[in-house]
Design a protein around this ligand. Sequence first.
Ligand SMILES: Cc1cc2nc3c(=O)[nH]c(=O)nc-3n(C[C@H](O)[C@H](O)[C@H](O)COP(=O)(O)OP(=O)(O)OC[C@H]3O[C@@H](n4cnc5c(N)ncnc54)[C@H](O)[C@@H]3O)c2cc1C
Ligand code: SF4
Ligand code: SF4
Ligand code: SF4
Length: 398
Amino acid sequence: MIQISDKRQCCGCEACMNACPNGCITMRADKEGFLYPEIEKQRCMDCGLCERVCPVIQVSADIPFEQNAYVVQIKDEKIRRESTSGGSFSAIAEYVLSRNGIVFGASYDRNFKVLHTKAESRSEMSKFRNSKYVQSDTGTTFRQVQQSLEEGRWVCYSGTPCQIEGLKAFLRKEYEKLITVDVVCRAVPSPLVWGKYVEMQKEKFGSDISNIMFRDKYYGYKYSTMTVKDRTGKSVYAFGIDTDPMLRAFFSNICDRPSCYDCKFKKRYRVSDFTIWDCYPVYDFDKALDDDKGTTRVLVHTEKGNTVFNEIRENLRYTVVSPDKLTKGFREMFESVEENAERTAFFADASRMSGKALFNKYYPETLKVKLERTVRIFCYHTGIYSVVKRTAKRILKR
Ligand SMILES: Cc1cc2nc3c(=O)[nH]c(=O)nc-3n(C[C@H](O)[C@H](O)[C@H](O)COP(=O)(O)OP(=O)(O)OC[C@H]3O[C@@H](n4cnc5c(N)ncnc54)[C@H](O)[C@@H]3O)c2cc1C
Ligand code: SF4
Ligand code: SF4
Ligand code: SF4
């Protein structure tokens, strides 16, 4: 039976809870807001299934095989605008929807809690677009996937690499009609901290908020922003990674799940069909695609992935690249983030402070922050942002 003695050894994928034949595993949030399995020991039959499906215990090896690589933009500009980068996920999901299939991904509920849900139509599927940098609760979706596959339906499941390994371990057999998409995953912040952020924004903008986008292209793709939209869809707040406190918390590794500091899934050769992630230096791959509207790097791991890509390519602008070049030096793919030294203090404060007080204490809007934001926006409006960024990168490389 699963026993969590070291929190770094549980990624919270929920495969064990979905697999237990006796229903004796419940996922419970700890004081940091992350879910862990809790076992009703009296009812446990000691069958060992929970351990056999745990991707942290049964982690897949990083053994080289042939891959194909692309940088990609979906041709539908509305979808690309709504997506995190180039909209590759929507293009892959379309393959399944057009076969009357089901798509699973991370979405918000009405209180902006992040959780995995399903969609069976194009309009419903739009809720998955745009990354939510918070751990998503997969709930019973692994069981729902299994049931749909057993009924003979096509399924596309997207998530973090640990969620995809958890799903595959849970299924314990290959299904021809399952397409899996994982992201290159830096880490996942705490749902409790995210709740504090939502509370702070609701205090400011009332309960009129219709959407919160972690990766809006308000100032363009290369300076993506956290945007809050009102009921009419208008952006009432748009702050970038240098000024928005939730993005600053994410990129300073202060509130991530413990397993993310010792991630077992940082690798190039994966169990998914596709791995997708950002492509900021588009000019290194194809200058013609460098339009600051979003481009995705896509790594295809399987024959099934190749078949899907061949079918969807007419909906894409893309360039074929070398898998080595696509992945080379991409730290988030290969290395865990380093835990912020203030993490313990941050969570102690998070449990007793309001969202506003918490973020003001750790991520205040100082003069330096305001100045940095003004300079970035100025560079954007004058069209020199990309040039400045590229020059700075070259200087730092020397
Ligand atoms: C937690 C997280 C960390 C990431 N870290 C990096 C990184 O360090 N570097 C990098 O280059 N790219 C990272 N990405 C990937 C990047 O943000 C985009 O997902 C990627 O560029 C694909 O964009 P797209 O336009 O093709 O898809 P989109 O249309 O934006 O689709 C997003 C997909 O991600 C899934 N998703 C969204 N939020 C979550 C979540 N919380 N948990 C699980 N799945 C989710 C959705 O189900 C959907 O399938 C990360 C993504 C996530 C979710
Ligand atoms: S050992 Fe079997 S019965 Fe016990 S918790 Fe694990 S899966 Fe459930
Ligand atoms: S990693 Fe997943 S399967 Fe393993 S114990 Fe944690 S929730 Fe259960
Ligand atoms: S960093 Fe690793 S453990 Fe954390 S969510 Fe991503 S894949 Fe899972």
